[in-house]
Structures are given as structure tokens and as C-alpha cells.
Design a protein around this ligand. Structure first.
Ligand SMILES: *Cc1c(COP(=O)(O)O)cnc(C)c1O
Length: 484
């Protein structure tokens, strides 16, 4: 399996999985995607059902990933899957269980990992991949990132204890919930360096850009990232679409729909890939909150990025985005894999106008029929109403991101087709909104008992790139001076 960039022109260079694993963007500014999607046979789908039933989630992950990753030895790949997906890491041996709600809806539970958010599913495997690949190359990596919540803690819990890896994670001082802070600051390991910056999230991001933008410094300390555009994260997510479909159906031709709360198009992009390889997904329902950049595109054909001033702070904060960083992968497919056109749209057009418009194109007219996409959005009041309703009818508490999706799912559910709503976080992470909706304090799983009372390990730093560089120079994982 080879990979290409979404902006590559004819006769483009192709790359193996190991080449793109540690890279962010392609050199031309595009994102990496498979040169062509594997197409599954009916026999393979049937064998996957057996694999999940008999051997479990890690074995299914190995089977699915083997179709996308051909430059890691199969036995080694299986070991990495076993280490990422087991009941020591996840709260359940099923890894991704499903449960039924009323009205044809199901929940696919993506939040039983160490930080109770769906990002754990991709990040745990990424940690294994990074450790494996760094050891193979005889080198090390210092991850530098900024977080306002879920991504940073999922990354830290995944990289913790991985040989050759250190994490420098910037957070805006005093601006995360006590629970989110505790999830990160309670980690007691020299490989994790938590940094509280005197500033807001945008300041943290600017600091990362300033320091990683110093190429000499970046190279000297082998600085890297764990951003959501990493293909390895995406392909790890394809596995849970397959697992949910298998768990909800009894025969291999039975179709399902998925409804996915999204901002960056990270989660649902994996659903698109699952559908492209032949998983019988009828409709992919995309749900946004008030920051409806993507809902607007799927309704109108206009993709208009927002400024940070136009980006609202909502009660489903992990979807408060101004542009969807994985969206280019879907547009590449939609436009018949025309890299020159993608380059024009995401390069020149967005830079000069701030939007592009596909409303009059034949591709947009076929979008629903060919790719199964529909969309909707929710408001704070909708989320409260859904949390209340699901609790009243099913006795289940859902988090506000999942509530976004339940609201939109109900608008599109078809008789006889299971609608699987992907649950992206446990309610305990967003207790304030749950209490506002139903007056109930969400249950706290035992693994999070008392985390706020543990000693806090965090370095306070002024909003100053030089101070950050000094800290990295002091605490970085040493970089061996080896040829690749
Ligand atoms: C990150 C996140 C999302 C959005 O994920 P996308 O990558 O934008 O699809 C939704 N819910 C929760 C809880 C998250 O942490």
C-alpha cells in the first residue's frame, strides 16, 4: 500500500506507511491518503466477523490495518495492536462496546479509554507505532503540542512510558476544567512535561508555531507533533466503524447508518474510508454544534472557514473549530482525486477569499448518492434537551458532544436501518452541562477517583518562545546523532 498527497500532481511520488507516520503535512502542503483504497471481498467481510467474535478487537484491528499497512511485519503489527487495545488500557475488553437506545438509535462507545474521549482509540495505537518506528530508526522524538483539553491528555496517556519519546504539552493556565487539568498534571513521569502558559489557547498555539518554525532548533531537538491530520490516527479509527457495524448487525449485507459529532472532520473521515473500502454504511450523518462550518458545506456546497472571533465557545467545546483540518481528504475523493484542483481550492482560493464554492458542480450534486453524506447542527438548548430525553427514555447519560449527534441522528433515522451514534466522551468530563440538563452529577468511573487531589506536575511559563526553548533544551530526550 502506497500513499500520495491530496495536492500531488500527475505522476506523483508515492510513500510507504513508515514514511508518512512521523511526517505531518506532505511537502506540497497536502494530506496523505492511500494511492487507492483497498476493496474488500464478501469473504473478507465474513472473516472479519469471525475474527471479532472469536479473537476480539485487537485481532480485528490487525486484520483491518493489514489492508493499509504493508511495510510493517505482520507479527509486529499484531503485537502493536495487542498492546494498544486490551483491558489494561481500556475499561472494557470489548474496547468499543455498543448499546441500544430508543427510536432505532444505537450508541458506539468510543470513550472507554484512559482519558474517556474517543481520541484515545487512535492515540494509543499511535504511541505504539511511534515507539516501534523510532526504535527501528535508532532515533528519538520530542513531541511539542498545545491543547485546550482532550487531545493533549489523550496524547500524554498514549506516549507515557514509550521509549525514546518525550511530550511537551502547552495549556492555557487556569483555563481548563479541574478534571481536565488533573488528567494531565497528575501524570508522574519524566517523559511528560506539562506547561501552563500565562495566556489563552491561541497564545499556546502561537508559541508552538514560533518554536517549531525555528528549523535549526526543530532539527536539533527532533521536534514532532501528534496532530489530527496524521494518517495513522485516521486509519486506527476505521477499525471502530467496522467493529460497530459487526456488533449491530447479524449478516454481512445488512446496512447501518452512522451519526458522528465532528468539527475537524477527523472522526467521520474514518467513516468515509470505511464506506469506501466496502463496509455497508448507507448514510454518514455529520453533526456539528453552533460552529457549523461543515454542516454549511454539506447543505450548500460552500466551505467557508471562520476567524477565531467568529468561532463560538460552546458546551461541546471539542468541536469549536474555525476550519476542518481533515476535510481536504474528502474533497480529494469528491473531486475525482484531482490534486491540482484541491491545491487551488485549499491553497489559493481559501487564502484569497476565505471560502470556496462547489454548489454548481456535478460532484456536489452527486455527493449524497455517491458518498452517503447528510448533515445537521445543534444548539446548546438542543443538547440539553437531548441529554434530558435520552436520560428519561433510556436511563443513560450522554455527554454534550454525543448529544449533538443524537439530535441530528433523530432527524435522519430510517425505519429498519440501525443508526449508530458515536459517543465521543464520557459525561463525567463535562459534568457542568449534565447537571444543567438533568440535575444529576454524572458517575465517575473508579479509574478517575480522586485525581484532582494528586500532586500537580506542571511548569509555569511566561508567554515567551525563548523561555519555552530553554525548557525544551533542558528537558528534551537526547537525540542520537545517527544517520537515518
Ligand atoms: C475531538 C473531539 C470531537 C471532534 O472530533 P473531530 O476530529 O473534529 O471529528 C468530538 N467529541 C469529543 C469529545 C472530542 O474530544
Amino acid at each position: 500500500m502506497q500513499y500520495v498527497s491530496t495536492r500531488s500532481l500527475e505522476a506523483a511520488t508515492t510513500f510507504g506507511f513508515s514514511d508518512i507516520l512521523l511526517a505531518g503535512l506532505a511537502a506540497d502542503g497536502g494530506l496523505f491518503v492511500p494511492a487507492e483504497y483497498p476493496r474488500l471481498t464478501a469473504a473478507e467481510l465474513a472473516s472479519w466477523r469471525e475474527t471479532l467474535r472469536v479473537e476480539g478487537y485487537a485481532a480485528l484491528a490487525h486484520a483491518v490495518l493489514s489492508r493499509f499497512i504493508t511495510d510493517i511485519d505482520s507479527a509486529a503489527l499484531r503485537t502493536l495492536c495487542d498492546r494498544a487495545y486490551n483491558d489494561q488500557v481500556f475499561a472494557t475488553a470489548d474496547i468499543v462496546p455498543v448499546s441500544e437506545l430508543d427510536g432505532g438509535l444505537w450508541l458506539g462507545h468510543l470513550s472507554d479509554g484512559p482519558t474517556a474521549a474517543f481520541k484515545d482509540l487512535a492515540m494509543q495505537l499511535l504511541g505504539q507505532f511511534f515507539e516501534y518506528e523510532l526504535a527501528r530508526r535508532g532515533t528519538t522524538l520530542n513531541i511539542l503540542g498545545a491543547t485546550s483539553g482532550d487531545t493533549g491528555s489523550a496524547a500524554e496517556h498514549a506516549m507515557l512510558g514509550r521509549r525514546g519519546i518525550r511530550v511537551f504539552m502547552l495549556t492555557p493556565a487556569g483555563r481548563m476544567t479541574p478534571f481536565q487539568q488533573a488528567q494531565m498534571f497528575s501524570l508522574d513521569d519524566p517523559s511528560i512535561v506539562n506547561i501552563a502558559v500565562d495566556g489563552v489557547f491561541d497564545d499556546c498555539q502561537d508559541l508552538v508555531k514560533a518554536v517549531a518554525g525555528d528549523l535549526e532548533f526543530k532539527q536539533r531537538y527532533a521536534l514532532g507533533a501528534v496532530n489530527s491530520i496524521n494518517w495513522a490516527r485516521l486509519v486506527a479509527q476505521v477499525v471502530y466503524y467496522v467493529a460497530c457495524w459487526l456488533r449491530v448487525t447479524t449478516s454481512d449485507d445488512q446496512q447501518v447508518d452512522f451519526c458522528v459529532p465532528t468539527g475537524n472532520f477527523g472522526n467521520i473521515c474514518a467513516g468515509h474510508v470505511a464506506r469506501m473500502i466496502g463496509i455497508p454504511i448507507n448514510t454518514l450523518v455529520l453533526a456539528t454544534n453552533e460552529n457549523n462550518v461543515l454542516d454549511e458545506f454539506f447543505r450548500t456546497g460552500v466551505y467557508r472557514v471562520r476567524s477565531s472571533a467568529e468561532t463560538a465557545a460552546t458546551s461541546s467545546p471539542s468541536m469549536d473549530i474555525s476550519k476542518a483540518s481533515n476535510f481536504e481528504r474528502f474533497i480529494f475523493d469528491l473531486l475525482g482525486r484531482d490534486g491540482a484542483r484541491v491545491r487551488r481550492l485549499f491553497g489559493e482560493e481559501l487564502a484569497s477569499k476565505g471560502y470556496f464554492d462547489l454548489s454548481d458542480t456535478p460532484e456536489f450534486a452527486e455527493l449524497r448518492a455517491r458518498y452517503g453524506f447528510v448533515s445537521g447542527s445543534s444548539s446548546h438548548a438542543d443538547r440539553l434537551a437531548q441529554i434530558r430525553e435520552v436520560y428519561a427514555r433510556n436511563g443513560v447519560l450522554i455527554d454534550p458532544h454525543t448529544a449533538d449527534a443524537v439530535k441530528v441522528a433523530r432527524e435522519f433515522v430510517q425505519p429498519g436501518v440501525p443508526m449508530i451514534v458515536l459517543e465521543t466522551a464520557l459525561p463525567v468530563k463535562f459534568a457542568e452541562t449534565i447537571i444543567e440538563a438533568v440535575g444529576v452529577v454524572p458517575e465517575r468511573p473508579a479509574r478517575f477517583d480522586g485525581i484532582e487531589d494528586l500532586p500537580r506536575r506542571v511548569v509555569e511559563l511566561p508567554n515567551d518562545p525563548d523561555a519555552l526553548k530553554r525548557l525544551i533544551a533542558e528537558r528534551a530526550e537526547p537525540v542520537p546523532d545517527l544517520p537515518r
